[in-house]
Design a protein around this ligand. Sequence first.
Ligand code: MLT
Length: 239
Amino acid sequence: MRIDVYFTPLGVAPGDLAGRGVVVIDVLRATTTIVTALASGAKAVIPAATPDEAVRLAAKLEKNGVLLAGERRSVKIAGFALGNSPREMTPAAVATKTIVLATTNGTPALVAAQGGDPVLVGAPANFRALVERARQVLGERGDLAVVCAGREKQFAIEDAYTAGRLVKALRKGSRKVQVNDAGQAATSLTAAFASWTEALAGSEAARQLAEADLAEDVAFAARADRFAVVPTYADRRIT
Ligand code: MLT
């Protein structure tokens, strides 16, 4: 059995993930937001690589029940109904809606992971359920790719830490699972912080969110196991 961690989607070429079990992680904030939206009753989230693509995809859907959401430099995109804050994804705002979401790093990473089967959406917010589901996939496939969204094409510590905790949980009781070098580095990182709160606190993404007056999103994202849903991305939509 084998787990490969990718610290950014840049190392993933089209077709690399075809037919492989995949987990995509963008703790601050896209995957936290997607998990929260679906746990709040959203019908689906459609990830878009860019805001323009989001507008195009939304135009093809029925007007009723579709919400455009997304950020640039953490701030809601002008003309969109929602930003990318998990705190906006309340049942009142999103239940029964289809959300077309464009974010800087997270949704392009999801789009790059298309072709994986299944593609699971993970964050601390659904961590316990994610481990269960990922363990099942690893058992069935013998192989798992963990793709961190990173930040602006660079390593992001909060995603790598979460990938490390996932690898560690999946290897528990089974030393037979091989991991790539990034997976080993991610696992080592789990010893550097006592909690998600610590791991997220010093990150560049947390700093950017604080500058945008969105520091509460960091606290939201750091609270593990809020939800038991594990969203799956298939046929261009996450449900
Ligand atoms: C992203 O997907 O780029 C991030 O979630 C950025 C953010 O929400 O500020």
